[in-house]
Ligand binder design. Structure first.
Ligand SMILES: NC(=O)C1=CN([C@@H]2O[C@H](COP(=O)(O)OP(=O)(O)OC[C@H]3O[C@@H](n4cnc5c(N)ncnc54)[C@H](OP(=O)(O)O)[C@@H]3O)[C@@H](O)[C@H]2O)[C@H](O)CC1
Ligand SMILES: [K+]
Length: 477
């Protein structure tokens, strides 16, 4: 198993970090060599995915444009009809300028007509150096392209946040270098990338470990799931405890069923009422009622789900007592209020969707990665910001971006299922952030396993065991 390598392959770099990488890389290789390698990688990808056709390379004034001149050069040498349109020539003395002066093929104007005359546009206008919204002239030119390959980023997609700065073209193919950037996976940017190719341009790998980059794509390899062991017994597999509301019971039952289906050794529900309903949900559940504080004395019952289906009072009573007895708490739903801020500081994981997140932490500007990192650090709790590109942040600064999910997960009870999976992985001893990342992935996998159909929360639960195995199998292959 090559866990370590898998993990570094999953690193996501932001433009500032990439800048640092470049600066260190210059000690090993000249920037022009990196640029030539970058251009070669883009040209190769184009030759792999397209038949020879009329190419227009749109070049900006920075190194992204520099890469573009190199691409033009290589494709023209291969006999492709290539024209270059420069937004503005690079400054004299720069590496991009060296690439610019080497282009002695056809030049044309940076305008809509030039784009219309081409079959395929190479977008080398802005990459990591995008610093502001792009203007109307540039966007109208990019907009005219029917088929577009982006170098590093479609111009206008912010590499750090995935936010669109004014306008961005939809690329069919994006070729980036060294590692993917967060903006390739964060929405809305992710929708503009097309197929993503990550090319090695000779940057030494040790540079990445020297910089403490701590953002990853959430895929198996980032974490390792425990397997069923011959010596397993139910307490070793882990006990998941769910606080069950007295009146609204569905959410807690879904969390408990999820835990039961994805490998918990034992599932308990503490019922504030409606005991029979909880009992009838599954013969696998142990259901307790009566004095909650008595129940908490059992030290083996460490991991608790608190929030789904609970009233405000039930949340208060249970959170306060769970904290007093030093339990590992996964807080969700009704527990996630500003009023509970201090109580949430004592939880292991909280799982807000964007509305709940803003309710607790207030609104934030631009960068969701920064916002969720800050939230995790303030609370000293793992924060899972749920959404189509769920972010999982640890108080120590680690963040994972999860794209392993589809829109069909947006169904009632889906969050309760996730909570149950997180608790299961905590109960079997996984580290909190890794358990949270793995649970989010398994949850997404459960939706993918429901092929071509619309899973409800029960369908997701049904798929969890297989989904968990797939998370393991992927690494063992
Ligand atoms: N290690 C690697 O990955 C390598 C990557 N390479 C490529 O280099 C670019 C990054 O190059 P950089 O020069 O830092 O930046 P850009 O080329 O993306 O753009 C900077 C210039 O663009 C101007 N700019 C930025 N935003 C706008 C805008 N909205 N409108 C107009 N002009 C804009 C900016 O002007 P300033 O006024 O802000 O200074 C710059 O002139 C990376 O993406 C890769 O493609 C290298 O090949 C080496 C290896
Ligand atoms: K670009």
């Amino acid at each position: 198993m090559q866990l370590k390598n898998e993990k570094t392959n999953l690193l996501l770099i932001n433009p500032e970090e990439m800048n640092q990488v470049d600066k260190i890389a210059m000690q090993y290789l000249p920037v022009l060599t990196l640029m030539e390698n970058a251009g070669l990688a883009v040209a190769r990808a184009i030759m792999q995915f397209y038949k020879p056709c009329k190419i227009l390379v749109l070049c900006g004034p920075g190194n992204n444009g520099g890469d573009g001149y190199v691409v033009a050069h290589i494709l023209a040498n291969e006999g492709w009809p290539v024209k270059v349109a420069s937004l503005k020539p690079p400054e004299k003395g720069t590496d991009a300028y060296k690439a610019f002066v080497q282009w002695n093929g056809d030049k044309t104007d940076f305008n809509i007509q030039s784009v219309r005359d081409a079959d395929l546009v190479v977008d080398a206008v802005f990459g990591a150096g995008l610093s502001r919204d792009i203007d109307d002239h540039i966007s109208s030119v990019l907009k005219a392209a029917d088929h577009l390959v982006a170098i590093d980023m479609p111009s206008g997609v912010d590499g750090k946040t995935g936010i669109i700065r004014g306008y961005a073209p939809h690329a069919e193919l994006t070729v980036t270098f060294c590692r993917a950037k967060a903006g390739h996976y964060l929405l809305p940017g992710r929708e503009y990338i097309g197929k993503l190719v990550i090319a090695n341009i000779g940057i030494p790998e040790n540079i990445l470990s020297e910089l403490s980059i701590n953002t990853w794509l959430n895929e198996p390899g980032l974490w390792e799931l425990p397997i069923a062991d011959v010596e397993d017994y139910k307490y070793h597999r882990g006990i998941v405890n769910v606080v069950g509301g007295g009146t609204v019971t569905g959410a807690a039952r879904l969390s408990a069923l999820a835990a039961s289906s994805c490998g918990a050794g034992l599932v308990h529900i503490f019922a504030f009422g409606s005991r029979d309903l909880y009992l009838l949900t599954s013969p696998c559940f142990m259901v307790d009622e009566g004095d909650f504080t008595d129940t908490l004395q059992d030290k083996r019952r460490k991991v608790w789900v608190c929030g789904p289906g609970l009233t405000e009072d039930e949340v208060k009573i249970s959170l306060i007592n769970l904290i007093k007895t030093n339990k590992t708490i996964v807080a969700d739903a009704s527990a996630l209020t500003k009023e509970n801020f201090d109580l949430l500081k004592q939880c292991a994981v909280i799982t807000p969707h964007i509305g709940e997140f803003k309710r607790i932490f207030g609104d934030f500007k631009d960068c969701r990665i920064e916002a969720v990192k800050k939230a995790a650090s303030i609370l000293n709790t793992v924060v899972i910001l749920k959404g189509p590109d769920t972010l999982i942040a640890s108080p120590d600064g680690r963040v994972a971006v999860n794209c392993h999910a589809n829109a069909r997960l947006a169904t009632a009870g889906s969050g309760d299922v996730l909570t149950g999976v997180i608790a299961t992985l905590l109960a079997c001893g996984m580290e909190v952030w890794e358990a949270s990342c793995a649970a989010v992935w398994i949850h997404g996998e459960a939706a993918f396993l429901h092929n071509n159909s619309w899973p409800n929360a029960m369908d997701l639960i049904h798929n969890l065991g297989k989904a968990r195995d797939n998370g393991r199998y992927h690494v063992e292959k």
